[in-house]
Design a protein around this ligand. Structure first.
Ligand code: ADP
Length: 424
């Protein structure tokens, strides 16, 4: 289409050029219509400079018996000179050439297209005294056009292939999108199912734990009975914890875990949790310490903070075979306005590789040291979610075989009244 437009434009320009040339020539020709030799020379020199002119006749109009005749006074082809145009069709065509209107006619010959021009030579009364007949070959222009058309087709072909490739890709993307949606639905179904199943498991477990409590209180138990009851109690407690974790995951995923954020004095909370875990730590021969630095009030949900601390300090005790677990709290950086709770242990440590996946769901480090230790791999994921939702941060520093530090930080509570009591 573009090439066609440009070709038409080109032809129009050529027509304008020819018209201008013939306009000047016709005026000049009028005075020399009777000197054929002179005109002949002119024609030759013009044709020489313009290779595309393949025919060039100047005809004088004569009248015989009231009819127009056209006699060739000069021509590119010598043998035409002095010929009388006999062809009726040509004559009537020349008759049609009106005063200011040169005639352009595109003809297709054996060697290609030809632009046939008939231009009037007007006398002083603006009557037609003669005709300039030009035959301009369009062969070269058509050649260029054909070459350009070929290029255009090649490019078009390329573009079509490209669009095809893009469409195929697009189709794949759509496929992936459908697949992704489906996966999300299945994932949602799985989460719903797990949440529901965990909830349903709680009821019978509560009953088992209740009866085990009654059983443990009985005075008629033998030593073996008591041992078995203790085992049931430990396993039910573990099961209860697992169900609790699964329910928390489900709530967090569905955004159903609510937070009652208020100013909390972390010292008291940390102290309480450390005390409650001391028994387990000491039973393992571990020292569990809390060293409080300047610790201002923070804005958190106190129950969720307890849950986080139980998990992190509990893990430290769980994954430390000997040595100590030390909890410290302090202001990290006044400008950052964060309060830090650091839990350091001298336990088994975590490798750099494991550290990266530590906060993923169900991730547990599989090693000789951990194979005897029970767990779900959900605690750290839950902890991170809770800490993040309370605008806090959690990170881990560890050297395998030496120990681990879990670092929690929470925004300091900014209310003036509560800050006065902070850290005192
Ligand atoms: P789990 O129920 O297995 O304890 P968590 O999500 O709490 O699940 O912890 C994930 C894993 O991170 C644990 O299985 C353990 O391998 C590792 N881990 C957590 N805390 C510590 C720690 N203080 N020292 C060494 N490893 C730890």
């Amino acid at each position: 289409m573009f090439l066609d437009v440009s070709r038409n434009q080109q032809e129009k320009l050529e027509e304008t050029g020819i018209t201008l040339m013939l306009d000047a020539l016709s005026k000049f020709t009028l005075t020399h219509l009777n000197s054929g030799v002179f005109l002949q020379e002119k024609i030759r020199s013009i044709a020489k400079q313009n290779e595309i002119i393949v025919g060039f006749d100047i005809l004088r109009r004569e009248t015989k018996d009231g009819e127009s005749q056209y006699r060739v006074v000069a021509a590119l082809d010598d043998k035409n000179i002095n010929e009388l145009e006999e062809d009726v069709a040509v004559r009537s065509y020349y008759d049609l050439v009106r005063v200011e209107a040169p005639h352009f006619k595109m003809e297709t010959h054996a060697d290609g297209r030809h632009q046939m021009v008939a231009y009037p030579i007007l006398d002083n009364n603006r009557n037609i005294a003669g005709i300039i007949a030009l035959d301009v070959s369009m062969a070269r222009q058509d050649e260029i056009f054909a070459a350009n058309i070929q290029k255009a087709y090649i490019m078009l072909f390329g573009v079509v292939i490209l669009i095809g490739a893009l469409l195929v890709r697009q189709a794949k993307v759509i496929d992936y999108a459908v697949l992704y949606k489906r996966l999300k639905e299945v994932d949602q179904m799985k989460d719903d199912f797990v949440g529901m199943a965990a909830h349903e498991l709680r009821t019978p477990l509560t009953i088992i734990r209740g009866y085990t409590d009654i059983l443990a209180g009985s005075k008629r138990l033998t030593k073996t009975d008591r041992q078995m009851t203790t085992n049931i109690e430990a396993s039910s407690e573990h099961l209860n914890q697992m169900i609790g974790d699964i329910l928390d995951v489900s709530r967090l995923q569905q955004g159903r875990l609510s937070f009652k954020m208020k100013s909390v004095q972390p010292k008291d909370v940390i102290h309480g949790i450390v005390e409650s875990l001391k028994y387990t730590a000491n039973k393992k021969g571990l020292e569990l310490l809390y060293e409080a630095g300047e610790t201002p009030a923070i804005k958190v949900d106190v129950d969720r903070l307890k849950q986080v601390l139980i998990n992190i300090i509990g893990n430290a005790v769980k994954y430390t075979p000997e040595g100590s677990v030390t909890v410290t709290s302090y202001i990290e950086d006044i400008e950052k306005e964060m309060c830090v709770i650091r839990v350091s242990d001298t336990g088994i440590g975590i490798s750099a590789e494991d550290k990266e996946k530590l906060f993923s769901r169900f991730y547990r480090v599989r090693s000789k040291e951990t194979e005897e230790i029970r767990g779900t791999g959900l605690g750290l994921w839950i902890t991170k979610e809770i800490v993040t939702q309370m605008q806090g941060k959690i990170s881990v520093e560890s050297i395998k075989g030496k120990g681990t530090d879990f670092v929690l930080s929470f925004p300091i509570f900014k209310d003036k009244g509560s800050q006065e009591s902070a850290g005192k």
